[in-house]
Design a protein around this ligand. Structure first.
Ligand code: NAD
Ligand code: UGA
Length: 458
């Protein structure tokens, strides 16, 4: 069958893989190819054991792989054959040179621009899917036009708003699809081509078109606003612990004001994930670059509160357990940065595990999907760390449990049985407020939720 259009995605990660799987599912008339510099990742995408865990993903990949979705390593061929190229490579925080710790590291992005330039022989629409600083499209255009080349390139911004764990639903039913373009004749024509692609399944009124810089900035701003909500509720949780107020009650009281809304008000051990911190620091860097120091300070505090929340959690464990963890066994229930993913990037559990080991505790890590990544994250830590998937096995002989990821599995555990198997006095530190605290207390546990009074038997 001849395909109407050939789409290429460069970068087969958490965004590239699921996004292209859904485009292939919704648009059988298009050929969708995903390429990556990492041949192992591509081999995994072509196997039964996909490189990422995302509910619903493997079913879609099985349905469309080999039909109109292909995972390949030949980037040059992919570029030559395609009409539309999505770029969804990683854009981590720079860890060297000027702007280290804040600016986005655009080396992968720039490498992609050069590859596109080198291999293109026909007009292309280039779609920025990765999250990038404002004005990146300009840099991309400059690279693509740096030498005389008869090929016509139009660069669009189309940031991705999916959340891990719900990526498939977010892609199939997005709140909005944002497309930014240059306001030139060919820019607008390219924009319309991308609108037509999404209109295969997204209602038109949810496809928002803007100028290209608004689109780039909206992605950073959206993540900053979301992270700010988490830091806001977490900052109030600290005050709750001092005043006997209850953060769940406060969150539902303020969330019922529909100007505030109830979503994203779950106090926690802090936000993780590959993007919130990176994107805020990128925003902070941009503000400082433009001399907007007050604005930069404002957003930087969102990250500082997040760090503070993680440190507070560790301090609470130490303080509650008589100021020594030496020789004690502590089980982390959950290592992923949130439930329903195996992703551990920037997971608060990483810092917590490291600090507990520094206190000479023996740490047991349990998680249904993230143990492989946890092992990689902690490979350089010297100390006792065990990785045990089964939560009942994991908690055996432990002095304390710290809930670090809100997996549903942990809500329904048999805590009577767990209590019997633990060393006494037994502690629970619920970093996600997902457990039934009065019941745990009744069983015999000393219970330390986030933003609520502790319940102890002392
Ligand atoms: P990722 O690290 O999972 O995947 C990126 C992939 O790009 C890797 O497999 C890497 O090998 C590949 N790559 C790097 N340079 C390449 C090159 N020159 N040619 C071919 N492949 C190359 O990253 P991710 O989580 O998918 O994020 C990608 C982008 O999307 C980032 O900018 C991120 O901020 C943004 N984003 C991520 C999410 C998310 O939930 N993870 C959501 C929205 C937006
Ligand atoms: C986030 C955004 O929600 C997406 O829109 C965006 O596309 C993505 O970042 C990105 O750019 O990478 P994600 O990081 O996958 O998605 O997950 P979230 O659901 O936003 O959670 C982020 C962190 O905040 C998690 O650690 C989560 O546990 C924490 N969180 C979230 C809370 O602690 N409390 C809440 O109420 C909500």
């Amino acid at each position: 069958m001849a395909f109407e259009k050939k789409i290429l995605c460069i970068g087969a990660g958490y965004v590239g893989g699921p996004t292209m799987a859904v485009i292939a599912q919704k648009c059988p008339q298009y050929q969708v190819t995903v390429v990556d510099i990492d041949p192992v990742r591509i081999a995994e995408w072509n196997s039964d054991d996909l490189p990422i865990y995302e509910p619903g993903l493997s079913e879609i990949v099985k349905e469309v792989r080999g039909r109109n979705l292909f995972f390949k390593t030949d980037i040059g061929e992919g570029i030559r054959e395609s009409d539309i190229i999505f770029v969804s490579v990683n854009t981590p925080t720079k860890d060297y040179g000027l702007g280290a710790g804040k600016a986005a590291d655009l080396q992968y992005w720039e490498q992609t621009a050069r590859q596109i330039f080198e291999f293109s022989e026909s007009p292309k629409i280039i779609v920025e899917k990765s999250t990038v600083p404002v004005k990146t499209a300009q840099a991309m255009e400059r690279i693509l036009r740096s030498e005389s080349n008869n090929t016509r390139f139009d660069v669009l911004s189309n940031p991705e708003f999916l959340s891990e764990g719900t990526a498939i639903n977010d892609l199939q039913n997005p709140d909005r699809v944002l497309i930014g373009s240059m306001e030139t004749e060919s820019g607008l024509k390219a924009r319309d081509t991308l609108v037509e692609l999404y209109a295969n399944w997204v209602p038109r009124e949810r496809i928002l078109t803007t100028n290209i810089w608004s689109s780039e900035l909206s992605k950073l701003a959206a993540n900053a606003f979301l992270a700010q909500r988490v830091s806001s509720i977490n900052s109030i949780s600290a005050l709750c612990e001092k005043t006997d107020a209850d953060i769940t009650e406060v969150a539902s009281a303020i969330g019922m004001d529909n100007r505030i809304g109830s979503k994203f008000l779950n106090a926690s051990v802090g936000f993780g994930g590959s993007c919130f911190k990176k994107d805020i620091m990128n925003l902070v860097y941009l503000c400082r670059y433009y001399g907007l120091d007050e604005v930069a300070d404002y957003w930087e505090h969102v990250v500082r509160i997040n760090q503070y929340q993680q440190e507070r959690f560790i301090f609470r464990i130490l303080n509650a357990m008589f100021n020594t963890l030496s020789g004690k066994r502590i089980c982390l229930l959950g290592f992923a940065f949130k439930a329903n993913t195996g992703d551990t990037r920037e997971s608060p559990a990483i810092l917590i595990a490291k600090k507990l080991v520094e206190e000479n505790a023996a740490v047991v890590i349990s998680d249904p999907e993230a143990l492989k990544n946890a092992r990689a994250d902690l490979k350089d830590v010297s100390g006792q760390i065990d990785y045990i998937k089964d939560p009942y096995e994991a908690v055996r002989g432990c002095h304390a449990i710290a809930v670090t990821t809100e997996w549903d599995l942990y809500r329904n555990l048999d805590f009577e049985r767990i209590y019997q198997d633990m060393a006494k006095p037994a502690f629970v530190f619920d970093g996600r407020n997902i457990l039934n605290h009065p019941k745990l207390f009744e069983i015999g546990f000393n219970v330390f939720p986030i933003g609520k009074p502790a319940m102890t038997h002392f």
